[in-house]
Design a protein around this ligand. Structure first.
Ligand code: HEM
Length: 724
């Protein structure tokens, strides 16, 4: 649509903007706090800031009219010679690139890794040696099944991909928030992904596994039993990305300064504890805030609640490789922490949001094959296939083999070699010799011998001698005992959630023979009670025995697997809603806000609208949002202060009543003061361990303890009756 000449002139004559408001520039706040590093500084040369700049073409020509195509007369046809319009439309036409084949939906942040001490006795990797060094990282979290625009809170595995820009090159630890995987051999990955992705005829469902093709595949492939159990557990609906564990899954090798190797499994343990959503909340959030996890990560970094994890490893001496009742190379198995505890190595802090989603989060390219001296692969056949797949897909996703030159992917270490040309090459290689050895360029660049410090990469000289075969080792044959271990290690409510999740998902499966196969040939081999309960919910006959004899294993229960044992113990960064209306007791609001802030939590005052309310003593109280705009699913807890008129108003406010009921149903801590008691009577909610009257610092403490417990699990059965 054209604009008339007058308004065009007005915009041309508009006063120049002198300064871009800080809030408009992503990441500025964290930059002001000094949160930068070598990698972020290296990105500076690629950042572009248009403040106080003229509008120009890609080729640098100033543009005088960005409103109208060049035409033959004001009502005539457009002219092909309009290079400004052509350039703009052409670029727009090519803005989209293929999304990732899996893990398409993601969000990322910058930060650093710092080792606690010199771990040279374990690994010679430089980033694990100097406790004074902060190694830059870029971390991308993702869901697996859904496309780029899908919901954050669907039931799914979460990707946990860490790129460490070490002085010795990039090390990518491309893991998930669950410690095992669905399949044992990479050749099955396309089959698995085709089964879990939306069905090919109608592209349904988006973001979930509750459909026939997924359950058809996993019920035919018993090696998936352990991982499917994890995805039916609360781990698949994390509360936030900050409250997830991360795992490298495969067994890797460490090589120490003396060249000695040991096997390791990587673990990331979050400072904010491990906790999840409840299923009804996850489903509602998928509609009310599709970006719930993405927003939480972004806001927590902007607010200074920096997400943090401890990196640890389980270490197995090379000579102990065969001492377990499972195979270390089998990615469907954990090493129970009761057998091998996790040794802490260092911490990772995310303290800076990206400046541009596409340039950084979308174009970042991780690959498990990116390792540095001191780390090596194991022969896990799933890992071996991954080493090929990532770079291969990135060549088409990012348009050619030079994607390592995209700023976010560049190492901070130099990268000279004889590789040349190809699409989008930006490096201007000097010299004539693009081969090695050469004498023309003095032989440069040259190889570096391997060594204990800063040496060239050397593959661990593992001795391997065998026939070439397409076979699965017999030691990969036990598919159920670790699934049983996981189920047995859950608390009562975690078990109930697993039963409910299987029942929900299989309830969406149209073909009864698939449901029956999953119950009889998979669940009955994990736990008969689990199978019977799910069968009952599906209206299927109860199985009486499994189809595979149970194996004896050395660990029967692993407390380290239950989220109940993984809470942070405090309320730092927790979000608490304070529900108010005109006539509220302003002092109670202020007291609660101050107490929460002192504990590191965040309070938001919610009114009937976004307009300020009047307190009982006539003061104006600003509100942060309306209760409709920020629903209860966005909070960890609720406080309802007293004030006669406020409570009377809330009693007639369906949004506020639903807010409280929903928080109750989702087992959140709720506190009330003064006349708010009447409101709870109206809703017929009885006090419990997390529904408390507060009046003084002692009762505040009880409320905060309830928030720190994350949920009031004892309320769960009762809360089922609440229609919210
Ligand atoms: C332990 C098993 C696996 C884990 C933990 C895992 C993890 C991940 C993660 C976290 C991502 C997203 C990376 C990002 O944020 O950009 C990803 C992407 C991907 N994965 Fe895996 N994956 C596993 C198995 C496999 C296997 C077996 C294959 C293929 C044989 C595979 C192929 C891919 C591909 C092609 C992508 C897209 C990469 C891109 O476009 O940049 N993955 N995986």
């Amino acid at each position: 649509m054209g604009r008339d000449k007058e308004s065009l002139m007005a915009s041309k004559n508009a006063p120049p903007v002198t300064e871009t408001p800080k809030s408009e520039m992503a990441g500025t706040d964290t930059l002001d706090r000094g949160n930068t590093n070598e990698k972020l500084e290296s990105l500076e040369q690629f950042r572009s800031d248009a403040t106080q700049q003229a509008l120009r073409t890609n080729h640098g020509v100033k543009i005088s009219d960005n409103q109208n195509t060049l035409k033959v007369g004001s009502r005539g046809p457009s002219l092909l010679e309009d290079f400004i319009m052509r350039e703009k439309i052409t670029h727009f036409d090519h803005e989209r690139i293929p999304e990732r084949i899996v893990h398409a939906r993601g969000t990322a942040a910058h930060g650093y890794f710092q080792t606690y001490e010199d771990h040279g006795a374990l690994s010679k990797a430089g980033f694990l040696r100097d406790p004074g060094k902060k190694t830059p990282v870029f971390v991308r979290f993702s869901t697996v099944q859904g496309p780029r625009g899908s919901g954050d809170t669907v039931r799914d595995v979460r990707g946990f991909a860490v790129k460490l820009y070490t002085d010795e090159g990039n090390f990518d630890l491309v893991g998930n928030n669950m410690p095992v995987f669905f399949i044992q051999d990479a050749i099955k990955f396309p089959d698995f992904v085709h089964a879990v992705k939306p069905e090919p005829h109608n592209e349904i469902p988006t973001g979930g596994s509750a459909h026939d093709t997924f359950w058809d595949f996993v019920s035919l492939v018993p090696e998936s039993a352990h991982m499917v159990l994890w995805t039916m557990s609360d781990r698949a609906i994390p509360k936030s990305l900050r409250t997830m564990q991360g795992f490298g899954i495969h067994t890797f090798r460490f090589i120490n300064t003396e060249g000695k190797s040991s096997f390791v499994k990587f673990h990331w343990k979050p400072k904010f504890g491990v906790c999840s959503l409840v299923w009804d909340e996850a489903q509602k959030l998928a509609g009310k805030d599709t970006d719930f996890h993405r927003r939480d990560l972004w806001e927590s970094i902007e607010m200074g609640d920096y997400p943090e994890w401890e990196l640890g490893v389980q270490i197995v001496a090379e000579e102990d490789e065969h001492k377990f009742d499972f195979d270390l190379l089998d990615p469907t198995k954990i090493i129970p922490e009761e057998l091998v505890p996790v040794t802490p190595l260092g911490k990772m802090v995310l303290n800076r949001n990206p400046d541009n989603y596409f340039a950084e989060t979308e174009q970042v390219a991780f690959c498990p094959g990116h390792i540095v001296p001191g780390i090596d692969f194991s022969n896990d056949p799933l890992l071996q296939g991954r080493l090929f797949s990532y770079t291969d897909t990135q060549i088409s996703r990012l348009g050619g083999p030079n994607f390592h030159e995209i700023p976010i992917n560049r190492p901070i270490a130099p990268n000279h070699n004889g590789q040349r040309d190809a699409q989008h090459r930006t490096t201007i290689d000097k010299g004539r010799a693009s081969y090695e050895p050469n004498s023309i360029d003095g032989g440069w660049p040259k190889e570096t011998p391997a060594g204990p410090v800063d040496g060239g990469f050397e593959t661990y000289p593992e001795r391997v001698e065998a026939h070439k075969v397409r076979e699965r080792s017999e030691s990969f044959g036990d598919h159920f005992s670790q699934a049983t271990l996981f189920f047995q290690s859950m608390s009562h409510h975690e078990k109930e959630h697993i039963i409910a999740a299987y029942s929900f998902e299989l309830g969406k499966v149209e073909r009864e023979y698939i449901r029956a196969r999953q119950v009889n040939e998979i669940l009955a081999n994990i736990d008969l009670e689990l199978a019977k309960r799910v069968a009952a919910n599906l209206g299927l006959p109860a199985p009486t025995a499994g189809t595979v004899p149970a194996r004896q294993t050395s660990v029967k229960e692993s407390p380290a697997l239950s989220q109940v044992n993984l809470l942070s113990g405090d309320i730092v960064s927790r979000k608490v809603a304070i529900l108010v209306a005109d006539g509220v007791d302003g002092k109670a609001v202020e007291a609660m806000k101050a107490a929460l802030t002192a504990e590191g939590a965040h309070a938001k005052v919610l009114g009937p609208t976004s307009a300020p309310v009047k307190t009982a003593d006539g003061q104006s109280l600003p509100v942060d949002a309306s209760a409709e705009g920020l629903p209860s699913v966005a909070f960890d807890a609720v406080f309802v202060p007293g004030g006669k008129a406020s409570i009377e108003a809330l009693q007639g406010d369906g949004v506020a009543l639903h807010f409280i009921l929903e928080a109750y149903k989702h087992l959140k801590a709720i506190s009330f003061a003064g006349e708010a008691k009447e409101l709870l009577k109206l809703l017929r909610l009885e006090e419990d361990a997390g529904l408390l009257e507060v009046s003084d610092s002692k009762s505040f403490k009880a409320f905060f303890n309830a928030i720190a417990q994350h949920r009031v699990w004892d309320r769960e059965v009762k809360a089922k009756a609440v229609p919210a």
